[in-house]
Design a protein around this ligand. Structure first.
Ligand code: CP
Ligand code: NVA
Length: 330
């Protein structure tokens, strides 16, 4: 008999917004990963669970993975999506952010937004009763971190004891992974030049969470600190919205993920990248295309993790049940 999956840890998420990973508890993150894996295993069992539901997607920046995984993912479960391209006109330019959000929520059950300023998300959350989901801001990429949590678990790494090594710029993805580590109680080594460490205010906030959970987050500029890591993670040196800066690139050159660096990490270490990747900069081909790389699993899992999150936020969770039973009921 197939195992029953219990989604009750996610019930309290109904109606909430997720702007940072710290908007979730450790139990809720575990619940999202469990539901994401159930979805991935058997989409047919969840057929139609989002019928009549609509999602508005506002993007001020380009996207491949986030846009497609939300659009296809939501529609696979029976919902419909409306994409609002804000690459040429910032949200709030034509009417206030609050008015914009209050219009949208009359049609859409949830709002997903990729923005230049995190404040756009907090303004939307303040104005709307519909859940707001951060699809990337300058300080956070929580949906990426949820997919990464799923990917680590699938590759046999327990989040509670995971040692994640970050190399490169201390950016939005780095901060969300620090939040993941702090919440779950694992370990993270953040290797950046001293001039490109993650935001000090947010780091202090995250370290305060880590102090409570027993997580260990260490900041260093020494790439040898990746030794023994479960995963080595990197990202673009210049994020969307940042100025091209040759000095910054020069200061990051010794943090490129090369086969030599992966050797220091060890044969067990997975290579991770949220992408888009800049081959020859933060990572070289033999690593991203090599046997330790799990980058396509990360990309695939964006869809499953986001769908799991949205089912919970929209109050569309299946009852605690065997997914195969759900299929028979559909
Ligand atoms: N990782 C990620 O968010 O990719 P996109 O920018 O293509 O959405
Ligand atoms: N740090 C990158 C992530 C892209 C998914 C950026 O913000 O551009």
């Amino acid at each position: 008999m197939a195992r029953t999956t219990d989604f009750s840890p996610l019930e309290g998420l109904k109606g909430r917004s997720i702007l940072r990973l710290t908007d979730l508890s450790a139990a809720e993150i575990r619940g999202v990963v469990t539901l994401a894996r159930a979805l991935k295993a058997d989409y047919a069992a969840f057929r139609g669970v989002l019928a009549q539901r609509a999602l508005a997607m506002l993007f001020e920046k380009p996207s491949l993975r986030t846009r497609v995984s939300f659009e296809i993912g939501f529609q696979k479960l029976g919902g419909c999506v409306s994409f609002l391209d804000h690459r040429n006109e910032r949200i709030g330019a034509r009417e206030t952010i609050a008015d914009y959000g209050r219009n949208l929520e009359r049609w859409a059950d949830g709002i997903v937004a990729r923005v230049f300023s995190h404040e756009t998300l907090t303004s939307l959350r303040a104005a709307c009763s519909a859940p707001i989901v951060n699809a990337l801001s300058e300080i956070a990429h929580p949906c990426q971190a949820l997919a990464d949590a799923q990917t680590l678990v699938e590759h046999g790494v327990a989040l509670e004891s995971c040692h994640l090594a970050w190399l490169g710029d201390g950016n939005n993805v780095c901060l969300s992974l620090m939040e993941l580590t702090a919440l779950m109680g694992g370990r993270m080594t953040v290797v950046t030049p001293a001039s490109h460490r993650p935001c000090t205010t947010l780091t202090a906030e995250i370290q305060a969470i880590a102090a409570k959970t027993g997580a260990r987050i260490t900041l260093t500029d020494d790439p040898a600190a990746v030794a023994g890591a479960d995963a080595v993670y990197t990202d673009a040196w210049i994020s969307m919205g940042q100025q091209e800066c040759p000095e910054k690139v020069a200061s990051l050159r010794n943090l490129s993920v090369t086969p030599e660096l992966m050797q220091i990490a060890g044969p067990r270490a997975k290579f991770m990248h949220c992408r888009p990747a800049h081959r020859g900069e933060e990572v070289v081909d033999p690593v991203i295309d090599g046997p330790q790389s799990v980058v396509f699993d990360q990309a695939e899992n964006r869809m499953h993790a986001q769908n799991a999150l949205l089912l919970a936020l929209l109050g569309a969770l299946p009852a605690s049940a065997n997914p195969r039973t759900l299929a028979m009921q559909a």
